[in-house]
Design a protein around this ligand. Structure first.
Ligand SMILES: [Fe+2]
Length: 310
């Protein structure tokens, strides 16, 4: 079970539930998730072959091809198993064989991350496909009515340390809902701090920071301002001295949360899978609880509260 230290001044929005408990609810955790609850799956560890992923070479900074390096840094787990199967070919003048992929990205990941080693590739492929199937099953159980329109199956292979407290900003101004599932696929703990939820915090600083100027605009602009100017961004990290709950997730542990609603920072983490499903708004339990609608409602509420100018 994750180790959690809860801050007494911060609302406790962390909930532990077993998959059986979630499956017994007709809505899964759709309602809780939309309310900004951080749900940790109780008594569950993703059965994951840690060794398979540890064998990958994660020294991405040493890849000379900049374009490939950028793509590998944003690698999706599906790149290991989606696409045409590779062709085995004999190396010229040798008894050894290698794999040839149709897609340059997959060839790149085989040549660099797997160092051209077929066993490393095969083990990673198998481990990630199995985890992918499990995470899809968890999605179905947790969000039984959600209609996903797209999946980003982000794979984090490198160390993350001391992020600033932030709400995710996907730089997408579309009005969308996301379902996010996180999994620690490392033998070490993954340490997060979580703080105020977005709308509550924005409300508390709304007048002081004249957030009304962002009304009717892309909510990401307001989040950029708050994360950078108010909370200090990555340069003035000491500014984000907000109360926070600390959580150390175990190897294989799985948790769910709307990362645009829940402020968070990875304090320390190695390998992880972060699955983000874009969800048809109309399949939400309550579409008015999606991120953009919550921000719009905040502006409306605050403008009604503002004293009329004579
Ligand atoms: Fe984040």
């Amino acid at each position: 079970m994750a180790t959690i230290v809860k801050h007494p001044e911060l609302v406790d929005y962390i909930q532990y539930m077993t998959l059986d408990e979630i499956a017994a609810r007709p809505k899964g955790v759709m309602d809780l998730f939309e309310d900004g609850t951080l749900i940790i799956i109780k008594d569950f560890r993703l059965p994951f072959d840690f060794g398979a992923i540890e064998a990958l070479d994660n020294r991405l900074d040493q890849i000379e091809d900049q374009k490939l390096r950028r793509k590998l840094k944003k690698l999706e787990a599906t790149a290991f198993f989606d696409g045409k199967p590779p062709v085995t070919t004999r190396l010229p003048g040798s008894l050894h064989t290698t794999l040839r992929f149709e897609e340059p990205l997959r060839q790149g990941l085989f040549d660099t991350l797997c160092r051209g080693d077929q066993a490393i590739f095969e083990n990673a492929r198998r481990a990630l496909k199995s985890a992918h199937d499990d995470l899809n099953q968890i999605f179905q159980t947790c969000f039984p009515q959600y209609r996903p329109t797209r999946l980003i199956s982000s794979l984090r292979l490198t160390e993350t340390l001391f992020e600033n407290l932030h709400w995710d900003n996907h730089s997408i101004d579309d009005d969308f809902h996301q379902a996010r599932v996180f999994c620690n696929i490392d033998r070490r703990k993954r340490v997060w701090n979580v703080g105020h939820r977005c709308v509550e915090y924005l409300e508390s600083i709304y007048e002081e920071h004249d957030l009304g100027r962002f009304a009717g605009r892309d909510p990401n602009l307001m989040l950029n301002y708050v994360a950078g100017d108010v909370l200090g961004g990555t340069r003035e990290i000491w500014k984000d001295n907000r109360p926070r709950h600390s959580i150390a997730f175990d190897p294989g542990e799985v948790w769910l949360g709307e990362s645009r609603m829940i402020s968070h920072q990875i304090w320390y983490g190695e390998r992880a899978m972060v699955y983000m499903w874009f969800v048809d708004l109309h399949s939400m339990d309550e579409p008015r609880k999606r991120f953009n609608a919550r921000v719009e409602a905040l502006h409306e509420r605050m403008q009604q509260r503002a004293p009329a100018v004579a």
